[in-house]
Design a protein around this ligand. Structure first.
Ligand SMILES: [Zn+2]
Ligand SMILES: [Zn+2]
Length: 328
């Protein structure tokens, strides 16, 4: 086991003995995390950093369409890649364009291609890949997929340094609390990917390529160039990591995907003032349906109310009380 692996479970109150859901591959680099289903069912309810609980009745109704893809609207579907969601926008009809939003972990490429072919057919690549941001769990398979499909990749220009191989994200902060995912976060990859030859800026007019009726919103804080996608006609929000719908700091919340309204993942959020401003902006939209980078899609008035509660009390609920001094 690489150094640091002993941290797994050590920060979790009441962690059951013998549960070892973390799989470190590629030397000391954590690139994939496996959660055996049998272990999930044996876990007892434990209190961790639940921010604002949601109920199963707040889940957006989802239809399994094969290859692990769940459709929540006729033109919006997602697949969970271990710890993170990738999103398919577009109706599966043969003549329509579709796009992929975010690309999962480094190990996710093959499963994403299989899911895409199952949903949209063979020899039907996406028209583009859109990135909410470039963290390792969203850009992991990006280079492989851009190369495989040879399609443009759209992102906010402030995210370009992390997508052109120029800058690494700031180090993750293991001191933010909440569980082993946070404790382990310094092991997560943060070196940039380089997909410069496919990279394009999101249009300055706010329109979203190949997604008519959608606008992209600059929602920084979690990362400098983080964006969310918004469709006003049915109040649908693709939030990335600006807000998430399960706790991401605890292995056990990640494992159970317990529904909750949650600020951005704590250990890799670089500017908390910007993160708060972004959540206030998203709450003001009154979204009806929210699909985030982590957690199951949520829908309905209780979800909107909880988002307002998060925005109104962001400092107390979402910002960690302990962190590296330079991380405020
Ligand atoms: Zn992130
Ligand atoms: Zn994420």
């Amino acid at each position: 086991m690489p150094p640091g692996f002993a941290l797994v479970g050590a920060g979790e109150a009441g962690a059951p003995k013998g549960v070892n859901p973390i799989d470190i591959r590629h030397g000391s680099r954590l690139v994939d995390i496996q959660f055996p289903a049998a272990q999930a069912t044996t876990l007892k309810e434990i209190t961790l950093t639940i921010q604002l609980p949601l109920e199963d009745s707040d889940l957006a109704p989802a239809t399994e369409t094969g290859s692990g893809v769940l459709a929540i609207l006729p033109d919006l579907a997602y697949r969970r890649m271990s710890i993170v969601n990738v999103i398919f926008y577009g109706e599966p009809a043969m003549d329509k364009a579709w796009v992929l939003i975010d690309t999962g972990l480094a190990t996710s490429g093959k499963a994403i291609i299989e899911a895409a072919e199952h949903r949209f057919g063979h020899a039907r690549p996406p028209s583009a890949i859109l990135m909410t941001h470039g963290h390792f769990d969203h850009a992991g398979a990006l280079e492989a997929l851009a190369r495989h499909w040879d399609v443009p990749v759209y992102a906010h220009p402030l995210e370009f340094p992390y997508l052109r191989g120029e800058n690494s994200y700031p180090p993750a902060d293991p001191l933010v609390g909440g569980g082993a995912m946070a404790l382990l976060s310094p092991l997560y990859p943060r070196s940039p990917v380089d997909i410069g030859q496919w990279l394009r800026a999101l249009p300055a007019d706010g329109s979203t390529p190949f997604m008519p009726g959608w606008t992209w919103l600059h929602t920084p804080g979690h990362t400098p160039g983080h964006v969310s996608f918004w469709r006003a006609s049915d109040r649908c929000l693709i939030a990335g990591d600006a807000i998430i719908t399960t706790g991401q700091e605890s292995v056990y919340e990640v494992l159970t995907q317990r529904p909750e309204m949650h600020g951005p993942p704590r250990y890799m959020t670089s500017d908390w003032q910007e993160a708060m401003d972004s959540v206030v902006e998203l709450a003001a939209l009154e979204p009806e349906t929210i699909i985030a980078g982590h957690g199951r899609p949520m829908r309905g008035p209780n979800v909107t109310a909880r988002l307002h509660e998060l925005a109104d009390n962001f400092a107390e609920i979402a910002i960690p009380t302990t962190m590296r001094p330079n991380n405020r």
